[in-house]
Design a binder for this molecule. Structure first.
Ligand code: SF4
Ligand code: SF4
Length: 108
């Protein structure tokens, strides 16, 4: 078992057990999420039928990109700059009012 605390040249590329994995990390800038417009990857877009939405906020709490918000008891529109089209919101919506549609439908 490796006693190394940090990755070394020798440890890189080796298949290690989980107890042997050296400490890792991610170097990023503070608040960098705002700079990464994850919406540019999207191939499907969530489309909400507003007439059916009950403002339960499930989509807000489950969205991994914080692309939809909740304020004063109401859900915001989806911020398409950051929505990557994962479809989680559509899966969790209890009244099934979110449909994932192909992004190509919206391109001009
Ligand atoms: S599709 Fe994914 S990223 Fe977009 S609003 Fe829904 S949960 Fe968030
Ligand atoms: S999960 Fe569905 S019903 Fe709930 S706030 Fe979102 S869109 Fe509306």
């Amino acid at each position: 078992m490796s006693k190394e605390k940090y990755p070394t040249k020798e440890s890189i590329g080796k298949k290690l057990g989980w107890r042997e994995i050296p400490i890792g990390g991610l170097i990023t800038r503070r608040a960098s999420a705002l700079m990464n417009k994850t919406g540019s990857w999207r191939s499907f877009r969530p489309v909400i039928d507003e007439s059916k939405c009950i403002n339960c906020s499930f989509c807000v709490t489950h969205c991994p990109d914080n692309a939809v918000h909740f304020k004063d008891g109401k859900r915001s529109p989806i911020d398409l700059d950051y929505c990557k089209g994962c479809g989680i919101c559509a899966s969790v919506c209890p009244v099934k009012c979110i449909k994932m549609e192909e992004e190509t439908k919206f391109k001009k």
